[in-house]
Design a protein around this ligand. Structure first.
Ligand code: FMN
Length: 359
């Protein structure tokens, strides 16, 4: 096996092992979702069984506004995880993102670590994934088509991870020309092209630039959950890269908290479909993001943890977040997702102070 393939596989394995076995969640910041308080409705005038969590996003029907956010592939350890996540997406009518798929272009064995998800989820909305940095380096439109075919993708998401590239020991913080390449893919591909961060959030200015090139949706993937500066700092420790270790510690919590990012992006691009992710950990937080203007909500780390435990605990977690979402809907009197979008909430703390620029 060529040495670069070995390096990629090892990096992908560490990309699962570190979030699973070390604490790389936000340390000194949060999503700010705790600063959003729903207004309780003592007269919901509906029965719990009537609540309908289904929704439509980019022309596809979902049984709940939930996406298993882009995670893994490219290492044999990912096969079982993607297999379980695929099964879950199919059974629960959730969407699912795969991890960055460039590795899958290098060998059919590695391609199988991604395509197992489609095998187990023939009808689910699956999202192919490539990095903005790879686009800037010249990943071709043809290669992108191969990545889509690898999983029979319903959409493509391009991840923007300048912070991660900066801290990663072998990272390539080269972002010149990325927007132009995104624009080219929007024009060339026949599936929706979305853009996401990986845990540092999207600002209103970036959202406007993305909207102007015609992206189909934006996933804000804000701060408050998994820290990729944290993951890469721990990888830098094993490589004794002192500069990266220091940068990783200093920028561990860098970024825009998920609620703040969502509020400002919703205001900046009212017509663009939005996914909220970054630190969402339960169905009440999903409900809050929908009320703030998200169309769908993504979770990564919680699904990874449960998938690594067992299929049973993964499915139990999915059942739990669905019940939590329904419970929040019941308590605000929202019979469906459309009602939830217009339910009333109060901003407190940082969000009320105007520290997020939502006014
Ligand atoms: C193990 C793991 C691997 C990830 N790999 C990718 C990736 O390959 N591509 C991507 O766009 N995002 C990736 N992410 C980022 C997530 O999609 C998400 O944006 C981020 O983790 C914040 O969500 P969370 O706090 O729920 O984990 C990964 C996250 C985790 C936990």
């Amino acid at each position: 096996m060529p040495p670069d393939l070995e390096i990629i596989k090892r990096r992908k394995k560490e990309g699962i092992d570190i979030p699973l076995h070390k604490d790389v969640q936000a340390k000194t910041t949060s999503t700010y979702l705790e600063d959003i308080k729903f207004v309780h409705n003592a007269l919901p005038e509906l029965d719990y069984e009537e609540i309908d969590t289904s929704t439509t996003f980019l022309g596809h029907k979902f049984s709940a506004p939930i996406i298993i956010d882009s995670m893994t592939g490219g290492t044999p350890e990912a096969t079982e995880i993607n297999s379980r996540l695929g099964e879950l997406a199919e059974k629960y009518g959730f969407g699912m993102g795969l991890g960055s798929q460039r590795a899958g272009l290098k060998s059919t064995d590695l391609a199988d670590t991604y395509s197992i998800a489609r095998k187990n989820a023939p009808n689910a909305f699956l999202i192919a994934n490539i990095g903005g940095a790879q686009l800037a380096k010249g990943l071709s439109v043809d290669d992108t088509r191969k990545i889509l075919e690898m999983i029979g993708a319903n959409a493509l998401v391009i991840h923007l991870n300048p912070l991660q590239e900066l801290i990663q020991p072998e990272g390539e913080p080269k972002y010149r020309g990325v927007l132009q390449r995104i624009s080219e893919l929007v024009k060339s591909l026949d599936v929706p092209v979305m853009v996401k961060e990986v845990g540092a959030g999207i600002s209103r200015e970036v959202a406007i630039r993305l909207a102007l090139v015609g992206v189909s949706a934006i996933n804000v993937a804000g701060t408050g959950g998994t820290s990729w500066a944290g993951v890469e700092k721990l990888r830098a420790e094993t490589q004794k890269d002192t500069v990266k270790i220091r940068l990783g510690e200093l920028f561990w919590d860098w970024g825009i908290p998920t609620a703040a990012s969502l509020i400002e992006v919703r205001q900046a691009v009212p017509q663009v479909p939005l996914i909220a992710s970054g630190g969402l950990r339960n169905g009440l937080e999903v409900a809050k993001c929908i009320a703030l203007g998200a169309d769908m909500c993504g979770m990564a780390y919680p699904f990874l943890r449960k998938a690594a435990e067992s299929k049973e605990s993964l499915f139990e977690f999915a059942r739990m977040i669905t019940e939590e979402l329904k419970s929040a809907m019941f308590l605000v009197g929202a019979k469906n997702i459309k009602d939830l979008k217009s339910s009333r909430y109060i901003l407190t703390g940082y969000l009320a102070d105007g520290s997020s620029s939502n006014r």
